[in-house]
Structure formats: C-alpha cells, structure tokens
Design a protein around this ligand. Structure first.
Ligand code: ATP
Ligand code: MG
Length: 507
C-alpha cells in the first residue's frame, strides 16, 4: 500500500440520459503531488471531478479519503469542502457584478462583532492575497471589469486561499498567457511542497511535462491507465488518450510564402478603435491563412474585432472584394461574407438551452434572413455534417448544448461559423480547450479551406499551431501592429518579434 494516498475513487459509474459518462472509472491521488487528468473531449474528466466534489450523485463505485473505508464523500458539496477539497471548475462560476474581494470571500465573509460583513478586513485580506499572487487588480472593482484571464486567476486565488488538502483545477490555463501560466505553476509547486494534492486538467502536453508528477488517462469514461510523467513519452501519452497513434503531426504544414498572392479579399487602411488599437493596415488574399500574433492584451483580438466590425473602427477604411464595407453591425459583415469566432465565447457565443442543431444553424439562418428559413431537413443535414466533421460528441443533434463537455461546446461554435461558408473566416483561439486529436483535425481543416480559396485570419496563443497553419504573421505589441513575418517562420523568430528587438537591451 502506498501510504501517501490521500484519495481513492474506484469503479465510479455515472450516466446522463443517453450517455454513460463514467464507466468504472478510477483515480488515486497522493499527498504532495501534481496529478494530470487527461483524455479527449467528452472523456469524462469534468464529470469525475463533479462526482468527487458532490455536485453529481453517482450510481456505482466508492470514494475514500485517506484510506478510511466507507468514508464516501458523495453526500454534498459542503461535505467535500469540509474535507478540504477546493475546486476551480472549467466554466468560471464567479459573480461578475460583485467585487473581486466579494468573489474571493463569498460564503465565508469575515464578520464583525455584530455579525455584519467586515468590509475593511475583507478588502485588506483580498488585497494581500492578490498581491501575493502578483495579480494587479483593484479588489473593490467589480469582477466584470477584468479579462477572462484575470477572472480565472481570481477563481484560482479563491480556491488556494481555502486551505485545502486537495486542489482541483479543471482547465485553468486555457485563457492565460505564458506569463500567467508561469505564475500559476509557481503557486502549484508551492502548494505541492506543503503537501497538497493537486489534480490538474489540461489539453496542453507541455504543461503536463512542466509541472506534473503523475498522469491518469480517461478514455470513453473508463480508466485507461496511470503513469509517472518521467516514464511516459509524449507519443505514448497521446496514444493512450486516443486509443490509437496520432497521424504524424509533421505532415501538416502550411504551404509557406510561395503561395501566389493575387486576389485581394480584404484591404484595410488606417483602421483604429480608440483605447484598444492604433491605426493599422491589413491585407489578406484569397486562399491565405494569416496569423495575428502577440502577447495576450497586445491587441491581436482587438485587431480582429475591428476588421469584423464587432468594435466599430473610428478611423480608416476597409474594402472587401474592392467594395467599401461600412459595417454598422455584425450582420453587415456576415452578409459581406465574413465569419467571426470570438475569443470570449460566454459573451458572444453559445446559447446553452438551445440544441446542438440550433446553435449550428443560427448564423447561417441569420445570414439568409428570416424570410428564407432553412427547412427541417436542411437543418438536420447541416447539423449532422458538422457533428461528423468535427467529431462532436453528443447524445443527439437535439441535445441542449450545455449538456456537452467543454471542448465539444467549443466545436459547436466553430461549426456555426464554418456552416455560413464565409469567404473570410476570423478565428480567435478556435482550438482552446480542444483535445489534441481534434486540434490536429481543425488545423488540417483550416488548410483545406485555404486550398479551396477561403481566407482565414487565425489567432492562437500557441505559436506552434500558428506556424503549422499560417503563411504570414502580423505581429502586435501594445495595441499596435509592429510588423509582418512571411519567411523564416520559426518559434524563435516569432518569439523575438513578439518580445520586441530592443527588449533585452533595455533591461
Ligand atoms: N449535465 C450533463 N447532462 C448530460 N450529459 C452530460 C452532462 N455533463 C456531461 N455530459 C456528458 O458526459 C460526457 C463526459 O463529459 P465531461 O464534461 O466529463 O468531459 P470532459 O472530459 O471534461 O471533456 P472536455 O475536455 O471537453 O472538457 C460527455 O459525453 C458529455 O456530453
Ligand atoms: Mg471538461
């Protein structure tokens, strides 16, 4: 027996109508380890976590903490908390209209002698916590004023501050930039040294190799193996997740700068949006995939929003196929032949109560107008096509989209924009939260669209992914476009360009 074991989940079974989400799954956590929980989209990772934290009841199996037989902790969320399990869920569940401090202390507010909330104490403790984590926020401001990344850090800070024995992080890093990820990792290592067991869900292999000690792989709701990171080569890990070998990643490659650029699709001159992006020029040709790169907050998303018209440009002009486009609302851009997958899916994205099918045909229907409704059979055919193409794991096309796993929801929204068959597709982090197998498929799909003559503007925090798909990169820094790269595209040249030449000399 391994005496460091702090938690054992054995033979866990959990089903939803039409789906067996967990099928005899198991997991073992030890004190002072960082344990990766891996598997494809829909493999059951989040469900296993919600069973552990008492959110979902389960049908079979047992959970033990510290080897105390029969001490199942399946009774309630409160019980899990009392036993020292703190969780950051995949979907950030904080209150945007409360302050940062309130979000940190919700449900456990410091009290005065008269049992009212001790605001002074709460704010000063909150300031202390955020300072220790090196997160620059005003704790009295409402959370909604901050980026998704900061909100995520607040959720993490809250969990960390709860003096837990087990900390669960379900894809906390998907919206963080490298710098923030590094902060988080430092924090995780500190906690590990204090004996906390950390369960970490991520789709980024590098992160697993950077911080984790062990890995448990789930496949189709079943336990597929437990490995130590040191003894698990990447290819083997991928094979364990997919249940087969992955196509050679190297086989995907952008054509490079030798593609002939002739037909200009979009030509933007001097576009800008006050407070977010300074005037920039941008051209994209038919069949081109152009990446917008830069650190989070560099203006890469803002540039995309400006081209699409989600943020109305205050200066400059934009022509599409030679005609000036004065987009007043996104629908004008859609009608002109653009499609835009935004970065902030919560604000502009999925409608949870609608079915997978409805979410997929929504944008196409908007483009056609309400007097040309798609027939039910067209709707079904469209949904089926994309469920197949993007391997969306869903019980049926009629399933409400909020019943899908995080990564599969992401695929649905990508499908929505692909379905409009746009001439110019703008994709801001299209593969966030998507498992490694499907990620490769999406990259291939982007290249295929380009080969068919579509143009794609692509944004990703993963430089490697951009290098594989883009033939040209626009480099952004501090709200300005600072240059373009169209040859010698390597990790190194791109990183140097993003960081800015003078940077090292200045320090
Ligand atoms: N509330 C729910 N109602 C119905 N089905 C659900 C619900 N939550 C999850 N499922 C289904 O259970 C399966 C496992 O989903 P889960 O969210 O655990 O996957 P995951 O491994 O976390 O995937 P991802 O990497 O995409 O986040 C999926 O098929 C999903 O559709
Ligand atoms: Mg999940």
């Amino acid at each position: 027996m391994d005496e460091n074991v702090i938690l054992t989940m054995r033979g866990i079974t959990k089903s939803f109508p039409g789906v067996l989400a967990l099928d005899n799954a198991s997991l073992k956590l030890r004190k002072g380890e960082i344990h990766a929980l891996m598997g494809e989209n829909g493999a059951g990772k989040s469900t296993l976590i919600k069973v552990l934290t008492g959110i979902y009841p389960f049908e079979g199996g047992e959970i033990e903490m510290e080897g105390v037989e029969g001490q199942a902790i399946n009774h309630s969320v409160q019980e899990a908390q009392e036993r020292g399990i703190a969780t950051v869920y995949q979907e950030v569940n904080l209150c945007p209209n409360l302050s940062v401090a309130e979000n940190l202390f919700i449900g456990r507010e410091p009290r005065t002698k008269c049992n009212t909330i001790d605001w002074k104490k709460m704010n000063s403790s909150a300031r202390e916590i955020m300072k220790n984590l090196d997160i620059p926020v005003d704790v009295t401001m409402n959370l909604e004023n901050y980026s998704v990344a900061i909100q995520q850090m607040v959720a993490i800070a809250r969990a960390v501050d709860m003096e837990c024995r087990i900390l669960i992080l379900d894809e906390p890093t998907s919206s963080l930039d490298d710098n923030e990820v590094e902060k988080l990792f430092r924090l995780m290592r500190d906690l590990k040294n204090k004996g906390v067991a950390i369960l970490f869900v991520t789709h980024f292999l590098e992160q697993v190799y950077a911080v984790c000690d062990r890995i448990t792989v789930l496949r189709n709701g079943q336990f597929a193996g437990e490995y130590t990171v040191a003894e698990m080569p990447r290819v083997k890990l991928v094979a364990a997740m997919l249940g087969k070998d992955l196509d050679d990643l190297a086989s995907i490659k952008a054509e490079g700068s030798d593609t002939v650029r002739k037909d200009v699709v979009v030509d933007a001159k001097g576009l800008s949006h006050k407070g977010t992006i300074k005037p920039f020029d941008f051209v994209i040709h038919k069949g081109e995939v152009v990446g917008l790169t830069g650190l989070l907050g560099s203006g890469r998303s803002e540039m995309a929003r400006c081209i699409y018209g989600a943020d109305r440009a205050q200066t400059g002009t934009l022509t599409m196929n030679g005609k000036e486009l004065k987009a007043k609302a996104p629908i004008d851009s859609i009608n002109a032949g653009m499609g835009y997958l935004p970065d902030d899916r919560k604000a502009d994205g999925l409608i949870g109560d609608l079915s997978v099918k409805e979410n997929i045909y929504l944008a196409l229907q908007a483009r056609k107008g309400m007097f040309h409704p798609l027939s039910p059979s067209e709707q079904n055919a469209l949904a089926d096509k994309f469920i197949e193409l993007l391997q969306i794991k869903t019980a049926s096309r009629e399933t409400p989209v909020n019943q899908l796993s995080g990564g599969n929801q992401q695929k649905v929204i990508l499908a929505r924009w692909l379905a409009t068959d746009p001439e110019l597709l703008i994709l801001d982090e299209p593969t966030r939260g998507i498992d490694i197998g499907t990620k490769t498929e999406i990259q291939k799909l982007i290249l295929k669209l380009a080969a068919e003559g579509k143009s794609v503007i692509f944004i990703s925090s993963e430089i490697e992914e951009m290098l594989r798909t883009c033939s040209r990169l626009c480099v952004m820094r501090d709200g300005s476009k600072v240059g373009e790269l169209d040859h010698d595209l390597t990790q190194n040249t791109v990183m140097t360009a993003i960081a800015g030449q003078g940077k090292e000399g200045e320090q």
